[in-house]
Structures are given as structure tokens and as C-alpha cells.
Design a protein around this ligand. Structure first.
Ligand code: IMP
Length: 189
């Protein structure tokens, strides 16, 4: 039986670009997303999971379901770089060094997102990935971060060139959030 009130989750993030994507992924499950802007002090961690665990620890004061997410771009030819350092790297260097380093290397890459959900003392994690390649040059103005240089498998354009909504059909974040939605759907009274 579906409860009368749609569940609300508080999405805690500093990244405004993630918010519409999280909302779009959870909407079909009747989940409303409230955004709480917060800059996390990111721990020195080797995996997105560790960062998410730390984020989950630091949102214990938020009532109800609270959602966090950590994500990054992983390039196997660069030993997974920029990975957990994706946000920092982009702030400092933009796309230049990556495009240069990949001139003579395989261009395969993937985005990975780890969503963390917490309610009281309980918490859960959900993972999503999308695989593709790094474009030879940036293209498109949609989305955020590395979207202008990422071409998902089976596409002939970057995430940055995709009209609103198309990225949501395949993205790492959408794939992680759909699992959050399915989870919440099953926990409803
Ligand atoms: P964080 O999860 O806030 O640490 O930041 C992840 C960083 O990875 C973002 O700031 C972007 O640089 C990059 N990133 C993660 N997901 C995406 C995406 O969907 N598109 C483009 N860049 C992304």
C-alpha cells in the first residue's frame, strides 16, 4: 500500500549541478528532494565509499531521510585519475591536462557515483556507473563538471551537448539514485 504523504529526502551537497539530476531520478518514485547546501570538508580518502561514509557521519543532525553523494571521473589509462580528486582537479586545471595526457593513450573513462542514505543511526549506500570515452575537445554547455568532455557509450556527442533529460536516462548519478528510489519505495508503510 502506498502512503498518502510522499517521502521527503534532504539532499546535502555543495554542488548545485547535481540537484536537478537527483530530483529527476527520484521523482518517478514519488520522492521529493529538499536541497541543503553544505560544503563538506572532504577527507583524504582513496575511494568514493570512504568519502560518502564521512559525509554520512557529518549529517547526523539532519532529521528524516538524508541523502549525500560523492562522484568522480575515472580514467583507466591514467590509473583511475582524477577519480576521488575530480572536483579539486577541475577547479585547479580544467580540462587541458587531461586532454593532453590522453593524446596518445586509450580514451576510455567512466563516471561513478556513490549515494549514501541515512535515517537516524541506519545508513545505506548505492552505486551507479556510466562508461564512455573522453572527447578530443570540449563540446556543449549543458550539465556541469566534466560533462563537455565525456561521451557515453553508444552516443556520438558529449553529456554537455545532451538536451536536458537525456543525461538522466543513463548517468551514473541517475543509476545510483534509482536504487535509492526503489529502496524507499519498499520501505513505505
Ligand atoms: P564531489 O562528488 O562533490 O566530490 O564532486 C565530484 C566531481 O566529479 C564534480 O565536481 C565533477 O567535477 C565530477 N563529476 C561528478 N559527476 C559528474 C557529472 O555527472 N558530470 C560531470 N562531472 C561530474
Amino acid at each position: 500500500m502506498v502512503s498518502a504523504r510522499p517521502p521527503v529526502v534532504t539532499f546535502v551537497s555543495r554542488n548545485a549541478g547535481k540537484v536537478p539530476e537527483v530530483r529527476a531520478a527520484l521523482r518517478p518514485f514519488g520522492v521529493r528532494v529538499r536541497w541543503k547546501r553544505k560544503e563538506f570538508t572532504e577527507p583524504q580518502a582513496e575511494s568514493l565509499e570512504e568519502v560518502v561514509d564521512e559525509k554520512l557521519r557529518s549529517v547526523g543532525d539532519v532529521a528524516g531521510y538524508v541523502l549525500v553523494e560523492d562522484s568522480g571521473l575515472f580514467i583507466p589509462a591514467l590509473k583511475g585519475f582524477p577519480g576521488v580528486y575530480s572536483a579539486h582537479f577541475l577547479d585547479l586545471w580544467e580540462f587541458g591536462p587531461i586532454l593532453e595526457l590522453l593524446q596518445n593513450r586509450p580514451r576510455k573513462a567512466y563516471f561513478r557515483a556513490v549515494a549514501g542514505l541515512r535515517k537516524g543511526r541506519q545508513s545505506w549506500k548505492f552505486v551507479g556507473e556510466v562508461h564512455g570515452t573522453i572527447a578530443r575537445r570540449p563540446a556543449g554547455r549543458h550539465g556541469f563538471g566534466y560533462d563537455p568532455i565525456f561521451v557515453p557509450e553508444g552516443w556520438d556527442r558529449t553529456f554537455g551537448q545532451a538536451p536536458v533529460g537525456e543525461k538522466d536516462a543513463v548517468s551514473h548519478r541517475a543509476r545510483a539514485m534509482v536504487q535509492v528510489g526503489q529502496f524507499l519505495e519498499h520501505r513505505r508503510p
